[in-house]
Design a binder for this molecule. Structure first.
Ligand SMILES: [Zn+2]
Length: 301
């Protein structure tokens, strides 16, 4: 199932704010106008404070929920604090958890939000407040008889928050394929890191993703894959430095979906990053992930 909630795009941001908050709604509208509309559902749960504390410092969780973060912490997070932001965050992580539970049950799930891999244990950064896939992975291990989770991160930016949060756990594996010269400046070690140069093109990119996924699965035999399908690898992205085409994004996602399906490993994905001032063009790129999926509807059933 594909999980979407209207609150994903409901955040009052200052004019000229960098974050393309309307992209979730626009993407939802496109899928909802297609024959795949029947797969979209609303998340059935908010993430709980207890679940957040599996990966985050309790003082940080409390300060965010109660609106007592420092100015500096709010600036680093990238969004002004509001009650609306709190609700959006809790529902969005609930959507990630629901998508992963759907994957465990049916083989596949998606959250039309998420990919908050720059959220660290005790602070948010780069538009990420709580680390959805780390929290979901820890929750599945604590409550769902899952023993090992692979977080497979193809956002163009390295998954620094995920790497630090799960550094001392051998049941949550992180694999990040990213641009070597891009945010974050400091790149803490994931279990597997594939740093590619500026202007990486389709052939090298897609081959690296295939190699990385095969290696990660062979080495760690995960019970589920939590995938960050960042659209900021696209050549027209304003915060990415790769030269990957629209077709390259779709090819990458086909490889990931088909490989997991072929090996019978449940897979859930999050949208991840994607930054273009022209939001319709940006949604064209995020939509490639869904086209890769709809090319092979057997994956979803
Ligand atoms: Zn990114």
């Amino acid at each position: 199932m594909l999980y979407y909630h209207p609150i994903y795009s409901e955040l009052n941001l200052p004019e000229k704010h960098r974050f393309p908050i309307s992209k979730y709604k626009k993407l939802y509208q496109r899928i909802n106008a297609s024959k795949f509309a029947k797969f979209i559902k609303e998340p059935e749960q908010k993430i709980t404070a207890d679940a957040l504390q599996l990966c985050h410092d309790s003082n940080y969780v409390d300060a965010f929920l109660n609106g007592t973060l420092s100015e500096k912490a709010i600036k680093k997070m990238g969004f002004p604090w509001s009650e609306q932001l709190v609700q959006r965050t809790l529902i969005s992580l609930g959507g990630g958890l629901t998508a992963a539970q759907s994957a465990l049950e049916y083989g596949f799930g998606a959250n039309l939000s998420g990919g908050y891999h720059h959220a660290h244990r005790d602070f948010g950064s780069g538009f990420c407040i709580f680390n959805d896939w780390a929290v979901v992975a820890a929750t599945l291990i604590a409550h769902q008889r899952v023993e090992r989770v692979l977080i497979f991160d193809c956002d163009v930016h390295q998954g620094d928050g995920t790497a630090t949060i799960v550094a001392d756990r051998d049941d949550i594996i992180t694999c990040s394929i990213h641009c070597e010269s891009n945010f974050p400046r400091v790149k803490p070690q994931s279990d597997l890191d594939f740093a590619l140069p500026v202007n990486t093109q389709d052939a090298q990119y897609v081959a690296t993703v295939r190699e990385a996924l095969q290696l990660a699965v062979r080495l760690y035999q995960p019970d589920i894959i939590l995938y960050n399908a960042g659209a900021d690898v696209y050549q027209g992205d304003e915060l990415g430095h790769f030269s990957v085409s629209k077709q390259g994004v779709r090819a990458r996602d086909s490889i990931v979906f088909e490989y997991a399906h072929h090996l019978n490993i449940p897979l859930a994905f999050a949208l991840g990053g994607g930054y273009q001032r022209d939001v319709d063009r940006l949604v064209d790129i995020h939509q490639q992930t869904f086209l890769a999926l709809f090319d092979n509807p057997a994956i979803m059933i």
